[in-house]
Ligand binder design. Structure first.
Ligand code: SAM
Length: 205
């Protein structure tokens, strides 16, 4: 069965996300730059790379892996960032296995809203270095609908079938029960009453 994200057009997605009333693409770009700068990884894995937001900060990283379920998104990324250090992987994080090892940093921005948290965290554990970092951005809707209103927003209605709010306590429990410890909790307000929560965890005791 096709995943609802495979029905989304990248141009619509990026226009919507970068609309001044939404401002999420720009905010995610700033956060991604910080996530990379904070940890200086040699190996970096992006979950849900969409159109490649933040890949411009990866020039000096030895191995970069970028996963998405939407083949057209990955094709666009390859065209925008055709670099030897970046490998693009088409997969469904809920269903497929990750064939990677020794990852220093995993960036998962606005992805856990669309996957089963425990299933994916269990997979991540197996591919990370001891001491490796999982850095995530979670969307806080503050009573607003999860898709903000723009002239493109109707095109994302299909995502309602697979979206869920991430329950921060539940998410935190999953990670802490799997040998992760919390390093960072940072809130970024957005223009329309929503916010992004950056949560970073380190694997190990
Ligand atoms: C909101 S976008 C992520 C935004 C992006 N990380 C950024 O910083 O701009 C969610 C992305 O996750 C991908 N995605 C959703 N479910 C997925 C799954 N089960 N497996 C892999 N990728 C998935 C979507 O195709 C989409 O590109």
């Amino acid at each position: 069965m096709i995943n609802q994200w495979e029905k989304i057009d990248l141009n619509d997605y990026e226009k919507h996300m970068s609309d001044p009333a939404v401002f999420q693409l720009q905010k995610l770009n700033i956060i991604t730059q910080k996530q990379i700068k904070d940890y200086h990884p040699s190996s970096l894995l992006f979950l849900g790379i969409a159109g490649g937001n933040g890949l411009e900060y990866c020039n000096e990283i030895e191995n970069v892996y970028a996963i998405d379920i939407n083949q057209k998104f990955l094709k666009a990324c390859k065209k925008r960032f055709p670099y030897k250090n970046i490998k693009y992987i088409l997969m469904d994080l809920n269903k497929d296995e990750l064939e990677l090892t020794k990852i220093d940093l995993i960036i998962a921005n606005l992805v856990f809203e669309y996957v089963d948290e425990e299933t994916v965290v269990t997979k991540l554990l197996k591919v990370m270095n001891e001491g490796g970092i999982l850095s995530t951005v979670i969307q806080i809707n503050n009573e607003n609908t999860f898709v903000s209103r723009t002239k493109y927003s109707d095109r994302f209605k299909c995502l309602e079938d697979i979206y869920h709010d991430v329950d921060i306590n539940y998410f935190d429990n999953i990670l802490c029960n799997k040998k992760f410890k919390k390093l960072l909790y940072e809130l970024y307000p957005l223009p329309n009453g929503k916010a992004f929560l950056r949560l970073d965890y380190q694997l190990g005791n």
